[in-house]
Design a protein around this ligand. Sequence first.
Ligand SMILES: Cc1cc2nc3c(=O)[nH]c(=O)nc-3n(C[C@H](O)[C@H](O)[C@H](O)COP(=O)(O)OP(=O)(O)OC[C@H]3O[C@@H](n4cnc5c(N)ncnc54)[C@H](O)[C@@H]3O)c2cc1C
Length: 385
Amino acid sequence: MVVAHDDLAEIRALAAQVARERYEPIAEELDVQRKPISREQRMELGALGFLGIAHPEEYGGSGAPLAQALAVVEEFGKVCRPAAFQIFEANTGPAQVISHLGTHEQKQRWLPDIVSGAKTMAVAISEPDAGSAATDMITAAKPEGQRYVINGTKRWISNGGEADQYLVYCRLSDAPGSKGIGAILVEKDTPGLSFGAGERLMGFRGIPSADIYFDNVSVPQENVVVPAGDFSKLFGVFSVERLGNTTMSIAIGQAALDKTIKYVQEREQFGKPLVEFQSVQVLLADMALQVEAARLLRDRAAATAGVGLPDSYEVSLAKCTANEMAKRVTDIAMQLHGGNGYTEEYGIERLHRDAHGWAIAGGTPTMQRIRIVSELLGRKFDQRR
Ligand SMILES: Cc1cc2nc3c(=O)[nH]c(=O)nc-3n(C[C@H](O)[C@H](O)[C@H](O)COP(=O)(O)OP(=O)(O)OC[C@H]3O[C@@H](n4cnc5c(N)ncnc54)[C@H](O)[C@@H]3O)c2cc1C
């Protein structure tokens, strides 16, 4: 049974407890084995109400503000990113496109299984020749009678091969650029769908990643979630995913800060704890400044969103700040842990490896900067001219 949560502090405290007691002890092993959490563990997260916080009650969710889902992602993200990823994906990933833009029938068909943890849904946007330039994608779904036939290749798909369903951004009409792009849902077992070998990424090791190949994959027209022509709406909802991504970076930065605060008070050199050295204090302050600044930007964007969509300018500010903060703060943490920071035992290098992954996923900080200036000036900067 899904528990209803209406209080931010209460759900944050519950998430922190479950994450610490049940998922922190397995986090290092999942990283070493490059293994996602099991379906049973995911179902457990669903039973606790963690996977449907930001989905409507009518479809099994809690209908709560996005801030509550982000609080849970953050608590898990501090100690076990493979578990946090499942909460991130369910609450802020492609299922949000279904929640915001799908028909009642589509929501009824797909959302309850995401909320319970019975199924997972991945998002497939990137292609070998379309990363930052996402609108250069060539994967296409062509209408054939009552069905669509998809051909193409998707790259870097998190949960690729593991997820049960894929929300595939692709060309649904011959219109050029973004005008021809929409989104269609493909079930994993559809004939013609196959996956590349699991990527051996620097971080993200408990989160599978693979290419997806579409070879005449035929799906019913009822699976079209967003038709061609609604690209701006589709990317409007992607702001929710970017805020989830922002939160993973904040979790990583906070965890690095927490571990460092503990370490510099315990470790002694020259006859006194490291924290007594002024230059160490300055570095600690720098870490806190950056973590808190990123959190405030994230909180503002989440507050604007409420139970709806966040403002894309606020999200780009938050994502860019948080992604870069997590890389810098984990780097300082490694420095302050000395040789111990460079071992797997202390978990600092894992935080640093994961920080780099979150900064690339969901649009790089450079691309966020382009969006920020575009919003500031109220004009588009065509990257092709
Ligand atoms: C860990 C991880 C998880 C991911 N998960 C998913 C997923 O689940 N689904 C999915 O669809 N994709 C996913 N991606 C793909 C991700 O969205 C892309 O990697 C990202 O958008 C960058 O694209 P690219 O790798 O092709 O780099 P490129 O676009 O080739 O960029 C390379 C560099 O050039 C810079 N650059 C590009 N264009 C410009 C410009 N106009 N001006 C200035 N600089 C520019 C970029 O900022 C970057 O620094 C994931 C990636 C990673 C690493």
